[in-house]
Design a protein around this ligand. Structure first.
Ligand code: SF4
Length: 509
């Protein structure tokens, strides 16, 4: 028969813990603690406290910052979890000097002082610069879309929200009416109570929507068009990502190509990246102003993907004399290295070779008419539709014509597709424009030097986002409002930079 060791819960063991011996030299905690205690100036946090003469002494920002950044480095952003770690984890107990701050103190500290975090971020960037971690040869700029503490179910234009409210009000009226009708037919008390509770909830929702519509103005996008507002966080945006539609913010980062140090970070409540390059470049300039590196910055090359490419931005870059390399949507297709790349677009192109080209359609721009190879008139779908950076006149075949057409195989990309053939006639690509600023950028980025510089973009900026979201595991913002989310994004990027100092900085100093 098997024999096992005896055990007894009814006993006691005293384990002595010397907190100062828990933070071992060479560990991240040690570097973090040393940096905060000896290298950084945290006086910008002081103005958030008003307890000079009376009130309880507050927790030292150094201590709070240490435990928050250590928790972020483990992918933990919840204040309640950080509080628990300070009670249960020896390293957190040591770093917090066993003070065990309440979760509300931690949450308040992060959300109350985003400006102080911005100042701290700049100090870390300048420190990386002093340690030789920033080469200033090329900055790659890109954005990472993350969900925030906002519900996408609560988003919509004012008209959509108004409709939603009317629907809720109708549902409440229906329920009340049913109640009155069933008043005599004795309903079970638990059913009645549940329905009453539901009516109460729906009325609260309706009031919430009404209050929002009465107090907030309609949100406009960068192009001036109405965009969806959000009741839970009206500064966040509904945006498409590779993981589906999210309600959140785009965290933009400018990353140096030498050691992948983030030189500027900013969060924006919009999915479209058009127009975000300018504030980022101004932010970089602000960080390095009055430093020895300021002049050197003028020679730094800037790379960004096609999301940032537009005429206005190219004009700004040219006027400022910035050596930028911005890809346009056709950049890959012009690159001979990708000629065998079997993307969906390329596959479609191969199919396109076999089907009727635009020249086989009788198009008259003046009278805005189009006749297809089968001799059928197509309807004018749009006079001026914007696709990418260009305007097109769009024609489409009538369903009844295309459904019974004997030329479907030669006309449609997929003969079984239910949608009729569409033709896009380019309106704004003139010879004059071909020689303009967009063409100049195309020639610049298509040159061997341009391709070489641009090829470093992906390997510079994307690993930073991968590091934060996949390696560390922070996949969302936990705050609401642009100002607070911006502070949290800077804190994430600050962590990334401190890890760079921890790994490479001390050796190089
Ligand atoms: S499929 Fe439609 S658009 Fe194409 S040739 Fe036939 S009728 Fe014309």
């Amino acid at each position: 028969m098997a024999r096992y060791k005896e055990y007894n819960y009814d006993q006691m063991k005293m384990i002595p813990v010397a907190f100062d011996r828990q933070i071992l030299p060479g560990s991240f905690e040690y570097s973090l603690s040393y940096l905060i205690d000896h290298e950084l100036d945290l006086t910008s946090f002081d103005r958030h406290y008003r307890n000079d003469d009376n009130g309880r002494p507050a927790y030292d920002p150094r201590l709070l910052l240490k435990i928050i950044i250590l928790a972020y480095s483990k992918g933990i952003t919840s204040s309640r979890q950080i509080e628990r770690l300070c009670r249960e984890n020896i390293t957190f107990m040591a770093l917090s000097a066993d003070t065990q701050p309440h979760f509300s103190t931690l949450a308040d500290f992060i959300s109350r002082a985003p400006e102080a975090i911005t100042d701290l971020f700049s100090q870390i960037v300048l420190m990386c610069d002093q340690l030789g971690l920033i080469g200033k040869e090329m900055f790659a700029i890109d954005g990472c879309k993350l969900p925030s503490n906002a519900s996408k179910e609560w988003s919509g234009t004012h008209a959509e929200l108004k409709k939603k409210r009317q629907k809720i009000d109708r549902a409440v009226r229906r329920m009340l009416q049913r109640h009155q009708e069933q008043d005599n037919a004795e309903l079970a008390p638990d059913i009645q109570a549940r329905e009453k509770e539901q009516i109460k909830k729906l009325r609260a929702v309706s009031r919430k929507i009404k209050h929002f519509l009465d107090t907030e103005t309609e949100r406009k996008g960068i192009s001036g068009k109405t965009v969806k507002s959000n009741i839970t966080d009206n500064e966040s945006a509904k945006m498409k990502t590779s993981h589906g539609v999210i309600q959140g913010y785009t965290g933009v980062a400018a990353v140096d190509s030498q050691c992948q140090v983030v030189v500027h970070a900013e969060a924006f409540g919009q999915g479209q990246e058009h127009g975000l390059l300018k504030p980022v470049l101004e932010g970089i300039r602000e960080t390095f102003v009055d430093t020895a590196s300021e002049k050197q910055l003028k020679k730094t090359q800037i790379t960004a993907d096609s999301g940032y490419h537009n005429r206005g931005m190219l004009e700004y870059l040219e006027a400022e004399g910035i050596d930028a390399y911005l890809a346009d949507t056709g950049f890959r297709s012009r690159d001979p290295r990708f000629k065998d790349h079997k993307s969906a677009k390329e596959r479609n192109k191969r199919q396109d070779k076999e089907r009727f080209s635009q020249s086989e359609f009788a198009i008259d721009r003046k009278s805005e008419t189009c006749r297809c190879p089968a001799g059928k008139i197509m309807w004018l779908k749009a006079r001026r539709a914007r696709i990418g950076h260009h305007l097109f006149m769009q024609f489409q075949g009538y369903e009844h014509d295309c459904n019974d057409c004997g030329l479907r195989k030669r006309c449609l990309r997929n003969p079984n597709q239910p949608t009729p053939r569409q033709i896009n006639v380019a309106l704004d690509i003139t010879q004059e424009q071909k020689a303009g600023i967009i063409e100049r950028m195309k020639r610049k980025i298509d040159s061997p030097k341009g391709r070489h510089i641009y090829s470093q973009r992906l390997g510079t900026v994307e690993p930073v986002f991968g590091h934060i979201t996949d390696a560390i595991g922070i996949k969302r913002f936990s705050l609401r409002g642009k100002r607070k989310v911006d502070g949290q994004w800077k804190l994430m990027m600050l962590l990334h930079n401190i890890l760079k100092i921890h790994r490479y900085g001390w050796e190089w100093a």
